[in-house]
Ligand binder design. Structure first.
Ligand code: G6P
Length: 611
């Protein structure tokens, strides 16, 4: 949430900052701003997208080789020019960009006001800029020390970068709870919330940890904590390609990412399906696998789409490995005093690896003695760094705010985990294990086939683009798909949509069905097939419009439904991976036809680093 960039070196900072902000815009896009150090500080900020900021800045002085930039997702104060970052202290000496929430900002603001400080914005960030200024004037020995003293007073989360006219050759960055990466160039440094703006400049990066603070000059970086303890920088190589963060000819990142799924799932398999498809090896779990097999129960935590993947994980692990599984929203788990102990395993699922509630949940589970595993996409992010072991999904960068390829990659990892556990526990015979491996590895080619129906799905989208509501129904493994299909539609097209287990329809949603209600039924040929056919009839009997996701060649449902979207037959356990694809495409086309911003839907952000 919120994107941060910074540059210090010998090049002009402005083009680097603007390009970086465009890369990070998926993290927040209600306003943006930059500050450039050059004989004083020039601060430019604007409500709207980075492109609006660029237009606002045209013909202004953008000189300077040190600068910071920010793209915002509002927490305190509405999105407007004043609340946009960077924020300056009242005396103009300190300029700050910040991602996170200063929880005690009200109290800090009051104290500062009592000391004569006034504020122009409603943000917590301006309070922090002034707190640094206050510390500078009241006992701090340097700019660096003022930042340390201020941060010690802060309760909450931050990833921040600050510059000062008092020491115009330095940038200070600090992190607690919100991610920050430093790219190391030749005599220059790049700062960002994630590696996407950095990769085109350098592959060498340092990920800051909580309480870390970096003091950066043109050719020199010092790492310490805000408590003044020296830290040894750990330099890592980025495994990221610039091509992966471009649209590559697609109109939107979301469409590109939907179409990438045959490849991204293969990348998730890569190196893990071994011995001619006879064995699955999850290297990231080797330390814990024997204990995991003996787990009393597994708790899965996640948010949004990752929580939906967790539900699929519950079905897979209980079905294949016979280990009890519970699935929790990170936000509920962390505040509800759950019973958890050292016999438990917790699996945190997160595309970004930074979601605040998921992160807090795993910290709590660790404190309670549980073993915590991560299933994450972003390498080097906080969750993989804080978990005992885990599996990366390797789906490549996901930029579209609505998650698509990360979901199928998460489900793929969960399927592989379930199979490994099932095999080790003796619930899967070798023959069945091998059969399932084969069934899973042919999924990418089945998805290729589904993607060929894109034009047909576009035609269906035309019919329903003006709907106000939609219901998604599925049973068994396909119930989480119904939830995910409904989430995709509402988040990018703003049509109200609900996912339900099909049989629950009779306990409420059926009252909503009339000739205006599209009901999307995921109805492939599995053990619930006859029952879901009955559900379709119940919808039709009430004049509802049925759009069914069916197994190729299913004439029975074709004759009942208003529209069908076909998927190749596949093993029931893995049908999540095929049936979700037409639903992603349907949402995409409906949103586009409603002129919605598909990649940056209103009010949302890709990485939710505040609770
Ligand atoms: C946000 C995103 C969703 C995502 C959720 C969890 O709401 O818009 O697409 O599913 O966060 O994010 P995570 O990175 O933890 O998977």
């Amino acid at each position: 949430m919120c994107g941060i960039v910074g540059y210090i070196g010998n090049q002009d900072a402005y083009p680097i900052l603007i390009k970086g902000l465009k890369r990070l815009e998926y993290r927040g896009y209600d306003s943006a701003g930059v500050a450039l150090l050059k004989d004083g500080v020039n601060v430019y900020k604007k409500r709207g997208k980075v492109a609006d900021l660029e237009r606002h800045i045209a013909n202004k002085d953008v000189g300077g080789t040190i600068g910071i930039g920010h793209t915002r997702w509002a927490t305190h104060g509405e999105p407007n020019d004043t609340n946009a970052h960077p924020h300056r202290s009242m005396d103009g000496k300190f300029v700050l960009i910040h991602n996170g929430i200063i929880e005690n900002y009200g109290r800090l603001k009051k104290t500062l006001e009592e000391n004569g400080y006034t504020f122009t914005s409603e943000t917590d960030t301006e309070v922090l800029a002034n707190l640094i200024s206050y510390m500078y004037d009241h006992g701090a020995t340097s700019f660096e020390n003022a930042v340390q003293l201020a941060l010690k007073k802060v309760i909450g989360a931050y990833g921040l970068v600050v510059l000062s006219t008092e020491e115009p050759d330095v940038l200070i960055a600090a992190r607690k709870g919100s991610p920050l990466v430093i790219g190391i160039g030749k005599g220059e440094y790049f700062l960002a919330s994630d590696a996407t703006p950095i990769v085109e400049h350098t592959n060498s990066v340092i990920y800051l940890s909580d309480d870390d603070m970096a003091i950066i000059k043109k050719g020199q970086l010092t790492l310490k904590t805000i408590f003044d303890k020296t830290q040894e920088p750990v330099v890592q190589e980025l495994d990221l390609d610039v091509g992966e963060i471009d649209k590559n000819g697609f109109d939107h990142f979301m469409l590109k990412e939907i179409f990438e799924q045959p490849r991204s799932i293969l990348d998730t398999f890569r190196g893990r399906v071994a011995k001619d498809n006879k064995e699955i090896v999850l290297g990231g779990l080797y330390k814990v696998i024997d204990d995991l097999v003996q787990a009393r129960r597994i708790l899965i935590v996640g948010c949004g789409t990752s929580w939906h993947a967790g539900l699929v994980g519950e079905y897979l692990i209980e079905d294949i490995a016979r280990i009890p599984v519970e699935v929790e929203y990170g936000s509920e788990f962390r505040y509800r005093n759950p019973v958890i102990g050292k016999e438990d395993f917790v699996i945190a699922i997160s595309q970004s690896g930074e979601t605040a509630d998921t992160l807090a949940a795993i910290r709590m589970a660790k404190e309670a003695g549980a073993t915590v595993l991560g299933i994450c996409n972003v390498v080097g992010s906080s969750i993989p760094r804080e978990t005992h072991a885990g599996v990366y999904t390797h789906a490549g960068p996901e930029i579209g705010v609505a998650s698509t390829k990360a979901f199928t990659a998460q489900v793929t990892v969960l399927a592989m985990m379930a199979m490994v556990l099932g095999n080790k526990k003796g619930h899967l015979s070798t023959e069945r294990y091998n059969e399932l491996i084969n069934d899973l590895t042919v999924i990418p080619s089945k998805i290729e086939k589904i993607l060929q129906q894109n034009d047909k799905i576009k035609e269906i989208a035309k019919v329903y683009k003006d709907a106000n509501n939609a219901i998604y129904l599925g049973r068994g493994y396909l119930f989480p798909v119904a939830l995910e299909g409904a989430l995709k539609l509402k988040e990018i097209s703003y049509i109200h949509a609900e996912g339900y287990p099909a049989a629950e329809m009779k306990h409420g949603p059926i009252a909503l069905i009339d000739e205006n209600m599209p009901v999307i039924v995921i109805a492939t040929k599995d053990k619930s097939y006859d029952k879901i056919v009955s559900n379709i009839q119940e919808v039709k009997a009430r004049s509802g419009k049925v759009i069914a996701v069916v197994t190729e060649g299913d004439e029975v449902i074709r004759n009942m439904a208003d529209h069908v979207m076909e998927v190749p037959d596949s093993c029931e356990m893995f049908s999540v991976l095929t049936t979700v694809i037409p639903l992603q495409l349907l949402s995409y086309h409906i949103a586009l036809m409603r002129n919605c911003n598909v990649d940056q839907p209103r009010n949302l952000a890709k990485s939710v680093t505040v609770e």
